[in-house]
Design a protein around this ligand. Structure first.
Ligand code: CA
Ligand code: CA
Length: 155
């Protein structure tokens, strides 16, 4: 059935106007950056290079959020591409950096502790997606990129 142009336009206007009421609230904890092309080229997979790629996650709220059991992963369906937070609290307005390589966890930086050369990188150099899920597996935020022209993506 053909919809008269006037009616179609009216329906579109209604849909656009009503959209904010249905839009989900911005999540409390969000990706802010994925630095996917570690400095230097080529990327040989040394620990310093693995730690040159990272994802940053920020708590936008005025309350601390426990990230214990929360997971961070890329688009790859591999169990070793899942980072699970241990006991960790992200303070109000604070940002945590999750680096791919090995290191000693601090209050602001966590380490995926991956090694094994070039296959240890998590974040693809051209296109990938980060997923952040809470301890019950609910998707909290995601960040996608599809460009090799930059070294990082601001989410
Ligand atoms: Ca590089
Ligand atoms: Ca990947």
């Amino acid at each position: 059935m053909r919809i008269p142009t006037v009616l179609a336009a009216t329906a579109l206007t209604v849909a656009v106007v009503s959209q904010p009421a249905h839009a989900a609230a911005a999540p409390a904890v969000v990706f802010t950056k994925i630095y996917y092309d570690s400095p230097g080229s080529p990327d040989f997979g040394k620990n310093s290079s693995l730690n040159g790629e990272y994802a940053q996650i920020r708590n936008r709220t005025k309350k601390a959020v426990s990230l214990k059991g929360w997971t961070l992963r890329d688009a790859t369906k591999r169990p070793d591409h899942v980072y699970t937070f241990g006991a960790f609290t992200l303070g109000a307005g604070k940002t945590v950096t999750v680096r791919t390589g090995k290191g000693k966890d601090t209050g602001t930086t966590r380490y995926w502790n991956r090694s094994g050369g070039t296959y240890a990188y998590i974040w693809n150099q051209t296109a990938d997606t980060g997923y952040l899920r809470d301890a019950s597996g609910r998707l909290i935020d995601s960040c996608s990129y599809n460009s090799s022209r930059a070294a990082f993506r601001i989410c």
